[in-house]
Design a protein around this ligand. Structure first.
Ligand SMILES: Cc1cc2nc3c(=O)[nH]c(=O)nc-3n(C[C@H](O)[C@H](O)[C@H](O)COP(=O)(O)O)c2cc1C
Length: 365
């Protein structure tokens, strides 16, 4: 990294809180890039509600529970996790820090977390996997065009599962980007369009995404394509029991309950509010991840109590990356995990499996 870049990208890692990391990210990034990260669609009602939904629940203290060293270990699709946290697939990562997703995945690997590696990232699936094969095990794909070819390619690279994003047939109506006339260099989203991972048709996919036309795949098209996936796949962007049942019916091995961090439909319901109904619809055995609004260890606890097996962090990881690269993401994972562990002692839950709805109540107001 050049001296000039060093001054733009601080490496300070003694951050005490996520708020400090958030402020450092805001200081490091140009205002319109920070808006691209922070913003939601439309009136940003969903963006706000994703956070407010967590504030409507309370965790029950369990005095004298005898729990002193709880374990945050768990697993998703047979992949072990030291902490029930995955980093989100987010495109344009080099806009936030030149080290991008390879740094995110290295941080996740060091903490025993997993990274979902995006199709629209600045670095190829191959580069991210090479940087941290212990964390870069799930590849996110868009279900259009040459998704079968992409699935084959990531399987050859050693990825063990696909994360198919269902809720982005067109980019949401992102008000802040429009106000800012935000027009990022598309190369930051093109790590998989060129070089060793380039595949015919992928450029066309992103061309379509940028238009307002929308993609025209439906459940039947996806069902047919999915029969050719050589890997298990999880459906990301499920927000209703009906969509969850449909995804499982066509072969999804897991779900990501998500409204894309409030970036697509606005106003859509908060992910957390929809989670219990989705868990009830698909039963106890389908792995469920939750994202949209996770910022603290207590958020992780509440998501697990309401039916998730693990959570995905988008903006929280981006704040860490922008603030201090790999070390910043590492600190975010550490803070979330340590708060979760602390709450597990205080709430008397020796392991992740014991975090259930008996541990929480609705707030009275
Ligand atoms: C800047 C940014 C870019 C994103 N790009 C993608 C993407 O390319 N594919 C995808 O499935 N989700 C994408 N997402 C959504 C995240 O994967 C995730 O669902 C969301 O950030 C979770 O909400 P949170 O940011 O409140 O944690 C993006 C999110 C952000 C903030």
């Amino acid at each position: 990294m050049t001296a000039q870049l060093d001054s733009f990208y601080p490496t300070r890692v003694d951050f005490g809180t996520l708020d400090e990391i958030h402020r450092a990210a805001a200081a490091a990034l140009p205002a319109e890039v920070m808006d691209f990260v922070e913003g939601g669609a439309g009136k940003e009602i969903t963006l706000r509600d994703n956070r407010a939904a967590f504030d409507r629940w309370r965790i029950l203290p369990a005095p004298m529970s005898g729990v002193g060293s709880p374990s945050t270990r768990t697993e998703i699709l047979g992949m072990p996790l030291q902490t029930p946290i995955l980093t989100a697939p987010f495109g344009g990562d080099a806009l936030f820090h030149p080290d991008g997703h390879p740094a995110v995945a290295r941080a996740a690997q060091a903490r025993g977390a997993l990274s979902v590696v995006p199709e629209a990232g600045s670095y190829s699936y191959q580069r991210v996997r090479a940087a941290a094969p212990g964390a870069a095990r799930i590849a996110q794909v868009h279900p259009f065009g040459h998704v079968g070819a992409v699935a084959d390619r990531v399987a050859r690279l050693g990825y063990e599962a696909l994360c198919v994003t269902l809720d982005c047939p067109v980019g949401g109506f992102r008000t802040r980007n429009m106000a800012n006339r935000f027009d990022p260099d598309q190369r930051h989203f093109a790590g998989n369009l060129t070089g060793e991972n380039g595949a015919p048709g992928v450029a066309e996919i992103f061309g379509q995404l940028l238009k307002r036309g929308g993609m025209v795949w439906d459940w039947a098209t996806l069902a047919t394509a999915a029969t050719g996936f050589g890997l298990p796949w999880i459906a990301k962007g499920v927000l209703t029991p009906a969509a969850a049942e449909q995804a499982v019916a066509i072969g999804a091995s897991g779900l990501v309950v998500s409204n894309h961090g409030g970036r697509q439909v606005d106003p859509a319901p908060a992910s957390l509010d929809m989670l219990p109904g989705i868990r009830a619809a698909v039963g106890p055995d389908v792995p469920i991840l939750l994202d949209s609004g996770i910022r603290t260890g207590s958020d992780v606890f509440l998501a697990l109590a309401l039916g998730a097996d693990a959570v995905i962090i988008g903006r929280a990881a981006i704040y860490g990356l922008a603030a201090a690269g790999e070390a910043g993401v590492d600190r975010v994972l550490e803070l979330l995990t340590e708060e979760l562990r602390t709450l597990m002692i205080l709430a008397g839950t020796p392991g992740i499996a014991e975090i259930d709805s008996s541990r929480i109540v609705r707030a009275s107001s």
